[in-house]
Design a protein around this ligand. Structure first.
Ligand code: FAD
Length: 472
């Protein structure tokens, strides 16, 4: 059988489903996708708010493989590093992520990216059925029960091979669990999140533009803060971050405990929220003119990590992206890892279209250790972002980390570079991070600055302790 005879049915045309449909159709498979939401090109992206994500090398590589680089470039904004806002309202100098502008991450609109992959999938020949929600699967007859969310009508559809790209609350995963033990475990985080907005300078409601930004408007600037950075307001057990959007706004995300003080449970009114923001994020308040209203109306999102022992039922069904390995967003890698899934799966299927069961097993064998590794690193990064980015010991470790990557490039890459700028398997990046952090702690112990560290000795220790870097 060739790929052209092989029909594949996807559930979910979100970020991963849209890209996977593109890659499979480009490789000649007959692809159909059932998507619960309406077509975002006609209906507007769900929620209507500008929500963005950080796109890193793994995700960009996958988009390049799909031929989407030129479509994506205009909707992304370069973020060179972190910009920390301290409790006194000072904005500290940029902490670069990498050596130069070749080592950066990119902020991209979720809605625009979703539309780009959906467009590409259709252009490649995939058929996407919008407003079609998967309810359940009749495994004996391999029939899907789908409901049209607009009309309420249900119908049955035949399928031979199913791929679930239907996100963390996957309906296909639920259906698979009815006939197989997937070993599912969800570990909720005790923090939730809420999204707010810093408008583009031109869009501040009349009378709300802070006086210090009037000159910026006069100069024709669009952004209320430095655009080419990921802004962080770290406050110990909670934080805000802000990522730029290409039209001049920023999406602000508050990460806060669900219980305790302060928490989403204690900030019950718009007044509580204003008082809390004035106290802890004072410099951001004048930039978020709709803070009180948005805080009251925007939902609190839930966060957590999904673990499965098993991702497939022989060649009948497989889960990818958040449907099999949803993670907390603190390394900005959920979509990036889902995009890696899509490329790896499309390549495996194209190489062995006659052995879908073997491909699904092999895909799970290859990807699961990497999914587990990025899940762990994402949880570690939460502590780092909210608690450590402004602590002196941590900053010295990061300085030595960067110094070693220049001094011993054959054996040392920063943790951030391995995860974000390379395509080294996450499991390898995690193993090297564990070894590297132990060495950094040892070399910086009791030291106040880089001048106090014997760099020749540090270099020797790296060459002795770390295996050479693999090529990725
Ligand atoms: P989804 O994007 O959830 O898409 C699932 C699709 O399936 C949707 O279109 C949905 O409508 C459809 N669907 C669901 N149920 C059904 C059904 N029954 N029938 C038919 N269709 C259905 N990742 C990054 O890489 N970088 C970041 O900076 C980043 N930031 C994040 C910030 C936050 C606050 C959060 C919560 C996540 C973040 N992520 C980030 C993670 C990223 O959002 C996810 O990993 C990514 O969206 C997963 O894509 P997906 O296609 O697997 O799932």
């Amino acid at each position: 059988m060739t790929t052209a005879d092989r029909r594949i049915t996807l559930i979910g045309a979100g970020l991963v489903g849209g890209l996977l449909a593109t890659l499979l159709a480009q490789r000649g498979f007959k692809v159909q996708v059932f998507e619960r939401r309406s077509d975002p090109r006609r209906a507007g992206y769900e929620g209507g708010r500008s929500i963005n994500l950080a796109l890193a090398e793994r995700g960009r590589h996958a988009l390049r493989v799909a031929g989407l680089q030129s479509v994506i470039d205009p909707i992304t904004v370069m973020m060179r590093g972190r910009m920390i806002h301290d409790i006194d309202g000072n904005c500290l100098p940029l902490q670069r992520y990498g050596r130069d502008d070749s080592e950066v991450i990119w902020s991209v609109s979720r809605g625009a990216l979703n539309i780009a992959v959906i467009d590409a999938a259709e252009k490649a020949g995939a058929i996407i059925h919008f407003d079609q929600r998967l309810d359940r699967v009749d495994w004996d007859g391999m029939r899907l029960h789908v409901t049209d969310d607009q009309t309420g009508e249900s119908r049955e559809v035949e399928a031979t091979c199913l791929i679930g790209s239907d996100g963390a609350g996957s309906a296909l995963r639920k259906a698979m669990s009815e006939v197989a033990d997937l070993g599912e475990r969800f570990e909720p985080l005790d923090h939730g999140y809420k999204e707010l907005e810093i408008p583009a300078l031109a869009d501040f409601p009349a009378g709300t533009l802070p006086a210090n930004l009037e000159a910026a408007v006069a100069r024709g600037e669009r952004y209320a803060m430095e655009p080419n950075a990921l802004h962080i307001w770290p406050r110990g057990n909670y934080m805000c971050i802000a990522l730029p959007n290409s039209e001049g706004s920023f999406t602000v995300t508050l990460f806060l405990p669900n219980e305790g003080d302060p928490s989403f449970a204690t900030l019950t009114s718009a007044d509580d929220a204003m008082t809390f923001f004035q106290r802890d994020f004072g410099d951001a308040v004048p930039l978020i003119p709709d803070l009180a209203d948005d805080f009251a109306s925007n939902p609190v999102g839930m966060l957590g990590t999904l673990y499965l022992d098993r991702w497939n039922i022989d060649g009948r069904a497989l889960l990818v992206g958040d449907a099999s390995h949803a993670i907390v967003p603190f390394h900005g890698q959920g979509m990036n890892s889902g995009f890696e899934d899509a490329v790896e799966l499309a390549d495996l299927l194209a190489a062995s279209p006659d052995d879908i069961g073997g491909v699904f097993d092999e895909f799970s064998r290859r990807r699961k250790p990497n999914a587990d590794a990025i899940a762990e690193m994402a949880l570690d990064n939460y502590i780092e972002m909210r608690d450590r980015v402004d602590d002196a010991d941590f900053l010295l470790m990061r300085e030595l980390d960067r110094t070693l990557s220049d001094a011993v490039p054959s054996h040392w890459m920063t943790h951030y570079a391995m995860v974000t700028f390379s395509r080294m398997p996450y499991s390898v990046a995690l193993e090297r991070t564990r070894m590297g952090e132990a060495l950094l702690r040892e070399l910086t112990a009791g030291k106040a600055s880089l001048d106090e560290i014997d760099l020749a000795l540090a270099r020797e220790r790296v060459l002795a302790a770390m295996p050479p870097l693999p090529a990725f």
